[in-house]
Design a protein around this ligand. Sequence first.
Ligand code: GLN
Length: 194
Amino acid sequence: MAGNRTVGILALQGDVREHEHVLHGLGVSTVRVRRPEEIATIDALVIPGGESTVIDKLSVAFDLREPIRDAIREGLPVLGTCAGLIMLADRVVDAAAGQQSFGGLDAVVRRNAFGRQVDSFEAELQAPAIYGDPVWAAFIRGPVIESVGPRATVLAQLEDGRIVGVEQGALIGLSFHPEISGEPRFHERLLRTL
Ligand code: GLN
């Protein structure tokens, strides 16, 4: 049980408030993470959707890149949605020049994989590990998970088989935005690991 655990939300850029809303709905306290010393005070981290190139640059400017990498390596549970998934992936295809991720997830992620024409859509997912009602997901210029290495497992797929959710121990990466569609079960899954 999450009990009185605190979940940090990386608050450099992106949809921080939407994640706070879901987590507060689950009865969990949150803290906005902007300083390296805050990493030591949290039991899990959410990396929101937004723009991964900006989150990357700001993580360097705020001296957070290395502390977050260390925390992931040491087993901090992390949920990354959309840009947050890009930040969690070990390899990013179609990254901007010089763009880096924190890494941790044994997966290859392609940025902006759903093209420019269809920037946003909703779809029902195949996600057998998520019990109950079907998962409806909102995609907003999201990445696709091109391949999943041996340390990670597929968590969610589109009907056509494209991978849009991946899990590795306490790390969860999603191409879509459960925080926008009012879908709490992936956040619950993060809390389950605490
Ligand atoms: N296209 C964005 C990126 O590359 C991700 C979009 C999103 O998070 N909604 O970071």
